[in-house]
Design a protein around this ligand. Structure first.
Ligand code: KIV
Ligand code: ZN
Length: 536
């Protein structure tokens, strides 16, 4: 097993701390399910002590995704009993639960943040690991800001927590300060100087402030680390964490050099990246390694010529390996439901139930009517639009737009509201999207500020399916950011869907119920009464 690197995914915890990332418990459950299909070893599902909502979503993930064959489900806890109690409560339903507790070990953090001396931190770390061990056999300890800690003190703390029962010790480069040679030295120092480390898994957790997170993670593996803490698309606090897809594909593509394996099904990488991007509202830059839209695009004539002669001239990974297929969908508009279902299964959507397959099939037929050729990428976007949507509290029924040169852009929108009434409003705007959003604002009683509007074509060509992502901020005392996503061959319709999806997430958080599901007036917001503690 010494050549096996455990993939600890923290998209739902550190990734969710990305500025502007917004995930509700429904999103988190979907992402956790996909991370399990991707084959990660550990899902850090959240920080249960942060709020009752966080605790609840970690508990749901533990119940649904934390099956005996599934991944370990971890929750994060500061080294205080209250956090560990909340974490235990949240992960106890998982077949393989883990409590991940942490305290800082650098003098900077001890002096300015914790206001504790070294002896106090040493004692607290060991005491809290022992406390967590009463509840759970699998306890991980992180020495926050390890890379700026005095190595001798770090070794002392790690020895104490291993003695107290930690089975994984994590060495974070919390502020992304280390460079690869230095980080490897840090890991080698831990491997050589910490009594009991041979009974433990040593883990890396690298942030990307200097763009070195993936390099540092790989250097850590070469120095002996056998768990890496990573996030999909490199999301995370500030500049983010080491990107899962980059670390995994480096190990896979350069296996001759690293001689390491992981349990990741690389063909699920694209889908996971897309899901995370749609759900968080944080789009993937086109030039992003492995999962960016241009990662396999060859633009210059010399490169295209080389590719035509032999793929290996300019391609070190096959697009299929990461789940990117340009192949045409062999199904036409006359294909039957059965053939469609088998095609979905081949694409990895075997988990959809009959009703979902039927809905997807109808959408596929409509798309096949409009577009001559439906690619797998189109189908992926369509499935995301159909299934990765929040509950429809406000149901978008129709959108009509008139615009042109010269013309005053005018939109008319119809929406069914939670009380079941069908409302239509018209508005003008500086452009058609502005007119649509304003008309929606006249119906939906939720005030927001548009922060970001991104549109992109799923495939090339005039008849491409368009995907729109919007990010909006609530206009209340404690503004929160929500995102929405929509896909359609008409980008104005996709825009309306994305905007309504974002408003629906806010409506759900405020306690509104979809039409026919309950009383609109019960807008008692759980989240408003949540007591939020400061994030790590
Ligand atoms: O960056 C960090 O140090 C962390 C720890 C809480 C693991 O996220
Ligand atoms: Zn972190």
């Amino acid at each position: 097993m010494n050549d096996y690197v455990r993939i600890f995914d923290t998209t739902l915890r550190d990734g969710e701390q990305s500025p502007g990332a917004t995930l509700d418990s429904h999103d988190k459950l979907e992402i956790a399910g996909q991370l399990a299909r991707l084959g990660v070893d550990v899902i850090e599902a959240g920080f249960p002590a942060a709020s009752p909502g966080d605790l609840e979503s970690v508990r749901r993930i533990s119940e649904v995704v934390g099956t005996p064959d599934g991944p370990i489900i971890a929750g994060l806890a500061r080294a205080v009993t209250k956090d560990i109690d909340a974490c235990r409560e949240a992960v106890r339903a998982a077949a393989k639960p883990r409590i991940h507790t942490f305290i800082a070990t650098s003098d900077i953090h001890l002096k300015h943040k914790l206001r504790m001396n070294r002896d106090q931190v040493l004692a607290r770390a060991a005491e809290m690991v022992a406390y967590a061990r009463q509840y759970c056999d699998d306890v991980e300890f992180s020495a926050e800001d390890a890379s700026r800690s005095d190595p001798a003190f770090l070794h002392e703390v790690l020895a104490a927590v291993i003695e107290a029962g930690a089975s994984t010790v994590n060495i974070p480069d919390t502020v992304g300060y280390a460079e690869p040679g230095e980080f490897a030295e840090l890991i080698r120092g831990v491997m050589a100087n910490v009594p009991g480390v041979d009974r433990c898994i040593v883990s890396t957790h690298c942030h990307d402030d200097l763009g070195l997170a993936v390099s540092n993670t790989l250097a850590g593996i070469q120095a002996g680390a056998r768990q890496v803490e990573v996030t999909m698309n490199g999301l995370g606090e500030r500049a983010g964490n080491a990107a899962l897809e980059e670390v995994v594909m480096a190990l896979h593509t350069r296996r001759g050099r690293f001689a390491m394996r992981t349990g990741i099904d690389t063909a699920q990488l694209m889908r996971t990246s897309h899901l995370v991007s749609v759900r968080t509202g944080i789009t993937v830059p086109p030039n992003k390694a492995v999962v960016g839209a241009n990662a396999f695009a060859h633009e210059s004539g010399i490169h295209q010529d080389g590719m035509l002669k032999h793929q290996t001239t300019y391609e070190i990974m096959k697009p299929e390996t990461v789940g990117l297929t340009q192949s045409k969908l062999v199904l036409g508009k006359h294909s039957g439901r059965h053939a469609f279902r088998s095609r979905l299964a081949e694409l990895g959507y075997e988990h959809l139930d009959k009703g979902q397959v039927n809905r997807a099939f109808e959408r596929f037929k409509n798309l096949a009517d409009k577009k001559k050729v439906v690619t797998e990428a189109d189908l992926e976007a369509l499935l995301a639009d159909e299934f990765y949507q929040p509950p429809q509290v406000f149901v978008l029924e129709s959108v009509h737009v008139s615009c042109g040169l010269p013309a005053l852009p005018t939109a008319s929108v119809s929406i069914t509201t939670p009380d079941g009434s069908y409302q239509t409003q018209a508005s003008t705007g500086t452009g058609p999207v502005h007119a649509i959003f304003t008309a929606i604002d006249h119906i939906v009683p939720i005030a927001v500020k548009l922060e970001e509007y991104i549109v992109h074509a799923v495939t090339g060509g005039m008849n491409a399916l368009g995907e729109v992502t919007v990010r909006v901020q609530t206009c209340d005392e404690a503004p929160r950011t929500f995102s929405g996503h929509g896909a359609d061959t008409d980008i104005l319709v996709a825009s309306a869907k994305a905007y309504v999806a974002a408003l629906n997430k806010i409506a759900m958080a405020a306690g509104f119920k979809p039409p026919g599901a309950g009383d609109e007036s019960q807008a008692a917001s759980d989240s408003q009464s949540e007591q939020v503690v400061s994030e790590p």
